[in-house]
Design a protein around this ligand. Sequence first.
Ligand code: KG4
Ligand code: ZN
Length: 329
Amino acid sequence: MLGSDGRILAEAVLSQADHAAFGGVVPEIAARAHLAHLPRLVSHVMQQAGVGYADLGGIAASAGPGLIGGLIVGSGFAKGAALAHGVPYVAINHLEAHALTARLPALGLHAAFPYLLLLMSGGHCQAVGVEGVGRYTRLGGTIDDAAGEAFDKVAKLLGLGWPGGPALEQLAAEGRPIHPFPRPLAGRTGCDFSFSGLKTAVSQHIATLPHGAISRAMAADIAASFQDAVSDVMADRASHAMTMIRALHPTCRLMVVAGGVAANMALRRVLQDAAQRQDFVFAAPPLRLCTDNAVMVAWAGIERLSLGLISQFDAAPRPRWPLAELAVA
Ligand code: KG4
Ligand code: ZN
């Protein structure tokens, strides 16, 4: 819950730990969990903020891209509340919410358009020129897996819990990057990404080890080597992306990271170094605002509302919703 000036009045994240036993998100469980918990969570946050429905200037909800069950519950709830209380409803593309988080005044990052965005989440991995609200130029993206997907899959191979990214980062801190895993697409022109070959290389390496004989130290070395490969690839792709954004916007000097994988401190460090080498400022939201959260959705709602961009009540949630389709006239 945000004030109209972007101040964070209250926030809460309900993680769906129920999925851990299945090694990933189970769509039906996710949808039902939204249904079971959303009303209570909304009341709790409003109470914490000391705000009633009559005080609201608008209600924003994520309407895609993502698993349709949770999107239907969330956007349906938001539409119902907006309709009942006579306030605007704003359907938010959750990628746009990640993209605009660095502009949240409370963070003091002062991200002014245009800037380069590296969006790295469980479902997406792309380099984007952020030119304004609703104005995005895709510079490159993954040709197979998303970065977070690769973290999750390698974490699973190492027997870590779900979601795998944070657990893998922790384990990697104990290890040494001694395995020369591939750096897919490094050095290639453009700034596309590829992670499936890297994941396969890790999987093949693990298959050569005696079954059940991977010690924690061995697993830590594998985790560190994987994370090192992802870091090298990211730094290389980011450096190409910075050159590309400069060709489009010669004055652009800002690189922003967003999405769950941007919570990885090792990655942040190499990206910060890459930015410095090209005279770019590096900006990253705090860890809790990198992974999916409602603060970023509310902020995107404020950005849209301030431009008069409200949504119709018949706007349907969209499981697939590329940033490029958000174009504001
Ligand atoms: O943005 P997000 O919360 O949800 C999606 O939109 O997908 O991103 C979730 C992804 C998961 O794949 C998770 O493993 C990864 O972000 N992740 C991390 C870290 N924290 C979350 N990956 C690497 N290191 C982390 N510290
Ligand atoms: Zn996300």
